[in-house]
Design a protein around this ligand. Structure first.
Ligand SMILES: [Zn+2]
Length: 507
């Protein structure tokens, strides 16, 4: 059980008092952020208050005392977007070498049709009520719209843990994934900033918040925070080593359950090249579509999965490798597909196709030698996919590749759940949760990848892959976050930061 010292308690109390006094302003900030659509690429820049990044910046800048702010424009070479977009960092400097990093992301996914949203407006934050009506089922009521929706078992667990039947919630695209997390970090940074100056205290290590672009697509923001690939290394330019550092990635999550790992993700592209010929004389050609089909049919067996899984360990925490072959496929003669109607424009229906391309979604646990050797691991995976395809269809040439932004390594804090529960970061995060929201959160493993993939692999800092407020329906219409958790989250993050870095002696 984490125990704060008397001085730490005084700082935490002063910080939480600031958060309570400014609760309405923090919720208003959340509304301002939701009102600024920030699809990946359009997150914005610090000096344009009309953007999410600009509004975040101005709120921090208006309220900060000792907090250092920095904006990092993403280098155009490493970015697939034309418009400039920036990561924003807020740093509370401490006196020692240790540190605590927390991140959120500023981008959101597209809202879909306006009519699916309360009031027909995805970009307006609205108040409503959510009631649990049964297993994994809630009724949401916003204005005159009432609907029943399904939530994940992980979310349902929180309802059961705390026993509430009904909570106040805030609705809007991005409110939960991930703008509430931005506000939790903002509230904790400003509360801590004011508390330190009021009490004449200094931190023993740095608290670094990164508000990162592009989590939903390629995590370009996280890559440029930690120097992954050819990216910039904002953090590495400031710190020589990360001994005694810890990190947490904030996400619209499961009510401050420490999430201790996620599998990695590899999008493999398998391209088949054959030779075209007139379809009346198929023997004169080499049919790439048929070759690709044979290669895909081969994948539907345990034996194939075992071959792909050979370099990976039996991972008690993250679970087994899975392969989903043929997540997309297209081949010779297809000229265009209308993505709304699904209508296909073809040419050459009387021709033996000379190309075909399919993608595989491969979810990976840790490998032998993890976390080193990610490149060699990728090469071996591609070699296996290519070799097995060639064995299935020897007359066609295959090439398996992974795009620059299509590999996300797995993250895990410990060998298994028991060891993870005993990890000091997990224990402290569980304490901060229980101390704030009143229930013992346990721990969990995330179903999908987060910015932790690169925050961890660029630094090897022990990292919670998710930690954050309760809500539900991320990536769906009527996404919501629980109102109280926005403020509770600011307090939990403040407590976690103080417990992780401590206070400087004699300050
Ligand atoms: Zn998301």
């Amino acid at each position: 059980m984490t125990e704060l010292t008397t001085r730490q308690r005084v700082v935490v109390e002063a910080g939480c008092a600031w958060i309570d006094d400014n609760a309405d302003a923090l919720v208003d900030l959340l509304g301002d952020l939701v009102a600024r659509p920030s699809l990946p690429g359009d997150e914005g820049v610090h000096d344009d208050e009309g953007t999410t990044v600009g509004r975040l910046w101005s709120f921090l800048d208006d309220n900060a005392d000792a907090l250092d702010l920095d904006a990092q424009p993403l280098p155009p070479e490493g970015d697939y977007r034309e418009e400039t977009r920036e990561n924003v960092y807020a740093v509370l400097p401490g006196e020692g070498d240790g540190g605590f990093v927390a991140t959120s992301h500023t981008d959101v996914v597209p809202p879909g049709p306006d009519d699916d949203w309360p009031g027909g407006e995805p970009w307006t934050m609205r108040d409503g009520v959510v009631r649990r009506t049964g297993n994994c089922t809630v009724e949401i009521a916003v204005g005159d719209r009432v609907e029943e929706r399904t939530i994940r078992e992980r979310m349902d667990r929180i309802w059961r843990l705390r026993g509430d039947e009904k909570v106040a919630a805030l609705f809007g695209r991005g409110v939960y994934d991930n703008k509430a997390s931005i506000v939790c970090l903002v509230g904790s940074a400003l509360g801590l900033d004011i508390a330190l100056s009021e009490t004449g205290t200094a931190l023993a290590g740095d608290v670094v918040h990164g508000h990162l672009v592009d989590e939903e697509y390629y995590q370009v923001g996280a890559k440029n925070m930690v120097g992954w690939g050819d990216g910039e290394d904002w953090l590495g330019d400031r710190y020589d080593s990360y001994d005694d550092w810890t990190a947490a990635v904030l996400e619209g999550s499961y009510g401050f359950v420490p999430v201790v790992g996620h599998r990695g993700l590899v999008w493999v592209t398998l391209r088949a090249e054959g030779e075209s010929a007139h379809a009346s004389t198929p023997k004169l050609g080499r049919n790439a579509v048929l070759g690709e089909a044979k290669a895909l049919a081969e994948t539907d067996s345990d034996e194939y999965r075992d071959a792909i899984a050979a370099p990976f360990v039996d991972d008690a925490l993250l679970g087994d490798l899975t392969v989903a072959p043929g997540t997309t496929i297209v081949g010779g003669g297809v000229e265009r597909v209308d993505h709304e109607t699904g209508a296909v424009e073809r040419g050459g229906v009387n021709t033996i196709p000379d190309w075909c391309e399919a993608t595989f979604d491969v979810r990976i646990p840790r490998w032998e030698g993890f976390p080193d050797g990610a490149d060699a691991l990728q090469d071996r995976l591609l070699e296996t996919v290519e070799r097995r395809a060639t064995e299935a269809a020897p007359d066609v040439n295959f090439a398996a590749t992974v795009g620059e932004h299509e590999f996300f390594p797995p993250v895990a804090l410990a060998a298994n759940r028991e060891a993870a529960a005993d990890h000091p970061l997990v224990r402290t995060a569980a304490w901060a949760a229980e101390n704030t929201v009143g229930y013992e959160p346990g721990l969990d493993v995330a179903p999908g990848v987060t910015d932790a993939a690169f925050v961890y692999h660029g630094t090897h800092i022990p990292t919670l892959v998710e930690y954050g407020p309760a809500g539900a329906l991320s990536h769906e219409s009527s996404e919501f976050v629980e109102r109280d958790h926005v403020i509770a989250g600011a307090k939990a993050m403040l407590k976690l930061a103080v417990a992780e870095v401590g206070l400087a002696h004699g300050s």
